[in-house]
Design a protein around this ligand. Sequence first.
Ligand code: NAD
Length: 498
Amino acid sequence: MGAAEQINPYQAQFDAWKAKSHELALTSAAQRIEKLRKLLKVILESREKILEAGHAELRLSPTDIDAQLLMVKGEAEFICKHLASWMAPQPIQGSLMTLGKASYVRYEPKGLVLHVSTWNAPIAEAFVVGFGAIAAGCPFVLKPSELAPHSAQVLHEIIGKVFAEDEFAVMIGGPEVSSDLLKLPFNHIFYIGGHAVGRIILRAAAEHFATVTLEMGGKNPVIVDQSADVEEAGRKIAWGRVANAGQVCLAPDYALVHDSIAKDFTRELGKSMTLMYNADGKGFQQSADVPRIVNRRHFDRIKGLLDDALAKGAKLEFGGETDADDLFISPTILSNVSEDMRIMQEEIFGPIICIVPFGARDQAIDTIRRRPKPLGSYIFAKNREAIDWFIARTSSGSLVVNHNLIQSGTNPYLPFGGVNHSGQGRLGGKYTFIECSNTRAVVEDQYPAGDPNIMFPPYSDKYKDMIAKMLAKEIKVPDAMINAINGIIKITGKIKGK
Ligand code: NAD
């Protein structure tokens, strides 16, 4: 057998997932809800193991992991509350052309769903996607990140307690596992991670015309306008940048601060970092709330960005301590940064923030527009006019005014996702369910309206005249009138027994 004809090592499993997909497509909302509740129960019962894994991988505090579990719980409960209504046919407004007909949308399962996931919040990232696939009635194949091996093992155990392998499978391993899985004709692929692999995923999906949801990152700007409350901005941004040691896709990456307040803001930011993470003066490295960088490769990457910036003239305003053996980088503030520094070109994904002062507002906008559209952007301002001005001139997957990070995990009605380089598609609540579903348009021809044969050849003069009249002017029939006519057609149709 030639190399090109080699059988994929996951082909037999794939065939089993495929067979299961037809069965799952016919399950009711009640059956899917029962599975979700059972899964949530096992997740919460596994809390201790999840805490141990998060501590071993990132030295996360129990409270930080509990906050992720709360998000997972909220997500599952939200889906259970709404799933029956999402699965019901969604009536669609009729039109003049569909008089006498019923139009609606059915969300039907796309089929096999693959999720190639990442390591910075591995439990939440697995389940926010997985819950959506279960809700939509799709078999789900999760490939957790090899950089979070303890969490991957816990995920394997949890899923094994609730699902058979043909319904929800956890595939442990690294890129070699994703590479083989990506050769198979999955119907939808989710990916969370960096750009290089994002491109690999898109190319692989193109082979089978799989639909794709990409959740990637970028350089998220935070604008601090001259009308901002500097102390409040410093406190919130200190938390947003240092949480998870900066390894958060939505974390503010650089701060565009109005000249007039740049000094005060920098001072307040440093003050808040100290109050939150070194209040006892024993050093940031001793704080139970400062996590570690995930591995030596990422540590070297972030340290490399810092060293490059300092060598090219950046000013160390705060922090700058590193300990390679402990994978520790202290909360750090840099000023005097420039475009030729790598730290202003790449996503930092670590606890370092760059201060970029601006004079005229257009300067801040130019800096943002020089980069691809980010996942999140933030505006701190008290002046409404300034807030609206900046909103109108920027684009990102999400935006928060006078805070940061709170657009994720707080409100399952909000869509989560990026735009172009920062991603495509949306996650959370109904959005994940829709990503896993085929939005199928349905029209049912029910009651005759006018002459039902008028549209067939040979075309009558009456029909030609009707089309000509419709082409000649704007058709302004209110929806309420269409609904009323439809109601009459339905009643007369019923009376006539049609
Ligand atoms: P990564 O890209 O290295 O890995 C992610 C996944 O891709 C892993 O499961 C890995 O096994 C797989 N993978 C790696 N190489 C592969 C290959 N050659 N072929 C197929 N699969 C491969 O993850 P990372 O870049 O370290 O993750 C950090 C990035 O993720 C940051 O840019 C961050 O902003 C982003 N992120 C985004 C979100 C979001 O929701 N938008 C959330 C978390 C992280």
